[in-house]
Structures are given as C-alpha cells and as structure tokens.
Design a protein around this ligand. Structure first.
Ligand SMILES: [Zn+2]
Length: 309
C-alpha cells in the first residue's frame, strides 16, 4: 500500500552527513535572500534559526511526536522564511527546482501508493507538499526533508495545519522517515453479504503500539480503505469479470473451481508486478482464498451473461 520514498534531495559528499549538508545549503539560500531583500537579520537570529531547523531535522521527524522547538525565530525572519517557497530569485528558484526534480522521479504517491494518474502528461510532476505547514513552521519552508511528493487526492485530505501540539502523536506517516510501515501488513477481508463487501485494515506485526497508532491514523484520515475498495471495483473486478464472461460467450463451462483458478492467476500476476503490501495484492490474496467470494462472482457473471448485461 504505502510506498516509501526514502531519499534525501541533497547528496552528501565525502562522508558528510546529509542533514549537515542540507542545513548548510538551506542557511546559504536563506542568507542570500535576506541580504538581497535588505532584511536586517542579526547573527544571533541565524544561530537561533539553525538551532530550530536542526531540532526538526535531527529529532522531530524521527520521533513519532511533533515537538515544538524552543528556539524562537524572530517574527521578521519568520516572514522572510515563509516567503522562500514563493519568491523567484535565481538561487532560491534553483534550490526549489532541485527539490521538485526529485519528486518528479516518483511515480507512486508515497501516502497512498496509487500510481500517478495515467491520463496525465508525463511532464506534469507529482505535487510537492509541506509535511509540516509553513504557516506554522516557516523555518521549514524550503527544508528538503519537510517537502514530500503527494497526489492531489491525498493533498486535499492532508491538513497538517491542525497537526497535534504539545508532543502528541503525529497524524500522518512521513514518507522519508517512517520505515516501520514496511513491517505493518495490509490485509483485506470480505463480509458474508451478497455482494460481499470488501474492506482493508492494517495488521500490527512487530511494530510498537505508538507506531501502529500513527499508521492507523494515516490510514483512516486518508480514507485508504474506501479508496482501495473503489479502485478494486473500478479497475480490477471488471477485468476479471470480462475474462470469465468470455468463457461463457465461447460456449465453455464456468464453475466455482475455474473462478477460483482465475482469481489465483490474477494474484500471481499482481505479485509479480507489485510489492507484497500493495492494495491489489492484499485484495486478491483474500478473495482468491474465499470460496464464498468465488461462488458470488460465478453467480454474478452467469446472471449478467443470461440477461445480456
Ligand atoms: Zn496519494
């Protein structure tokens, strides 16, 4: 399901810590901007700013709780930093482009795992969003690790402006840091209804309760189960139905065993093309093992064939 993009836009050289490298680059861009705009920024402000940014880079993203920094950035400097994401001078623009270009190489949204809309022109890049909003954390306006690629649907739901205060748990997974999600399994299940209703949930595995809470909060707030169910109904199921229907059109015999065999074959194909925790693999794993689902699908395809639907 959630595909993690583990990269840092700034590459370290000569064994340098990438965070140190990012911090130095960031401060250089911000200083140049302050100089050009003749914003009076005293040395002590830069020292405080560096402390504040380092606080987030070193600690806050890596923990599960967003800790407010005790480093108070002066208001004038905060205003200038907030605007860094929008201004068009060359050095800032180049830095922003570097960050965007990295996101251009990402085809799947790391928050939901959906492929970029295939109808979109390749030249259109996955949007970039501030993980912590710059309105509240202007110090992180152009900090690479605060900028994450995200699809439009997730972006419309992710509202970090109401991010928890006072050390409460984070509400969303950070795609660069929260590697523990790789140890959380995505599972599907169907109920006994006709049609059987599909749903998805997470299975804790060996992650801690707090890690699992963050993963579940992300899963719930982005409506991932509903979105995966919809995609299964729109993309996966019609194609399976069409294959089974062709058997009947060609005068063949369809029974529960051949439906189960077709579901198993789809599962094998999905496993070759997708990671194990992909929503389609999770869904097919479950329905291919469910005799009730196979019986429902058989009845559904036969009824559609009989009525000419
Ligand atoms: Zn998404």
């Amino acid at each position: 399901m959630i595909v993690l993009a583990a990269f840092f836009p700034t590459q370290s050289s000569g064994g340098e810590d990438p965070i140190e490298s990012e911090l130095r680059h960031y401060i250089a861009v911000a200083r140049a901007k302050a100089h050009r705009s003749k914003t009076l920024v005293i040395t002590e402000d830069w020292w405080r700013l560096e402390g504040c940014v380092r606080h987030y880079l070193d600690g806050a993203f890596r923990g599960l709780r967003v800790q407010e920094s005790s480093w108070k950035t002066p208001r004038k400097l905060r205003k200038m930093l907030y605007g860094l994401w929008d201004i068009e001078d060359k050095q800032t623009r180049d830095w922003r482009e570097l960050l965007r270009n990295h996101c251009e190489t990402i085809d799947d949204c790391p928050s939901c795992g959906f492929l970029r809309d295939p109808g979109l022109n390749d030249a259109i890049r996955l949007p970039v969003d501030h993980y912590l909003p710059r309105s509240h954390w202007p110090e992180l306006s152009i900090v690479a690790t605060n900028l994450v690629p995200i699809c439009d649907t997730c972006n419309s739901r992710l509202k970090f402006s109401d991010a928890p205060k006072g050390g409460a748990l984070r509400m969303y997974l950070h795609p660069y840091f929260d590697r523990f999600i790789e140890r959380v399994a995505l599972r599907a299940r169907v109920d006994d209804g006709r049609p059987p209703l599909l749903s998805f949930h997470l299975e804790q595995g060996d992650v801690t309760d707090e890690e699992f809470n963050v993963a579940n909060s992300h899963f719930r707030l982005l409506h991932l189960s509903e979105r995966y169910v919809r995609r299964f109904a729109q993309d996966t199921l019609p194609s399976i139905r069409a294959t089974l229907r062709l058997v009947l059109i060609d005068g063949g015999v369809l029974d529960a065993a051949s439906v189960t065999a077709e579901l198993a074959s789809r599962l094998r194909s999905a496993r070759l093309a997708r990671p194990e925790r992909h929503w389609e693999v999770a869904a097919l794993s479950h329905v291919a093992a469910s005799s009730a689902y196979a019986r429902w699908l058989l009845d559904d395809v036969e009824a559609a064939h009989a009525s000419g639907r």
